[in-house]
Design a protein around this ligand. Structure first.
Ligand SMILES: C[S@@+](CC[C@H](N)C(=O)[O-])C[C@H]1O[C@@H](n2cnc3c(N)ncnc32)[C@H](O)[C@@H]1O
Length: 162
């Protein structure tokens, strides 16, 4: 295990390095979502209390990361992953009062686009999902579109709307 922990401990991702490597591996759905989250959030105006929509959140790691690292309140939305399992992860992470798991299809969300301060996505189709939202009504709109093993600028596209 210590070899794996060493592989996951990257100087370019100091925040991610503080997370349990077993938890990180158990909840991956492809590329390392924590590395992608750390990389994308460098460019997103996340501040304490901001309302963040995490589209296609998968197993909730990115919403947990945004809450712990920035104090952001997260509505995490996914179509495949049952909200009960995400709720369990959120409870275990101690952020259940500020991270809210929902099962929904991105095009059918019941919340107004104007409700959110920041909308982010870490999925191969993230950029397209962001096109659902009016850029004038959110402070930050960003997606990391990972391809295969994407975890850095050379292996993923970072799309930031002004
Ligand atoms: C490759 S996984 C990535 C999950 C997570 N963002 C991560 O980085 O670990 C893609 C996720 O996007 C979700 N997804 C794709 N299209 C979606 C849509 N239109 N609405 C809601 N979720 C969607 C899927 O359910 C899936 O869990």
């Amino acid at each position: 295990m210590s070899d794996i922990a060493g592989l996951l401990d990257k100087p370019e991702f100091p925040r991610s390095s503080r997370y349990d490597p077993v938890w990180m591996l158990q909840n991956q759905m492809g590329p390392n979502a924590l590395w992608l989250a750390e990389w994308l959030t460098e460019a997103v105006p996340l501040q304490a209390g901001r309302r963040v929509l995490d589209l296609g959140c998968g197993r909730a790691m990115t919403s947990i990361f945004m809450d712990r690292e920035f104090g952001a309140r997260g509505w995490e939305v996914d179509w495949w992953i049952a909200p009960d399992s995400n709720r369990r992860r959120v409870l275990e992470a101690g952020v259940a009062d500020s991270v809210f798991p929902l099962r929904a299809e991105a095009h059918a969300l019941p919340l107004s686009a104007g409700f959110f301060d920041v909308i982010v996505s870490w999925t191969p189709t993230g950029g397209r999902m962001l096109e659902l939202y009016d850029r004038g009504r959110v402070a930050g709109l960003a997606a990391a579109e990972s391809h295969g093993r994407g975890c850095s600028g050379r292996r993923a596209d970072r799309r930031i709307a002004p």
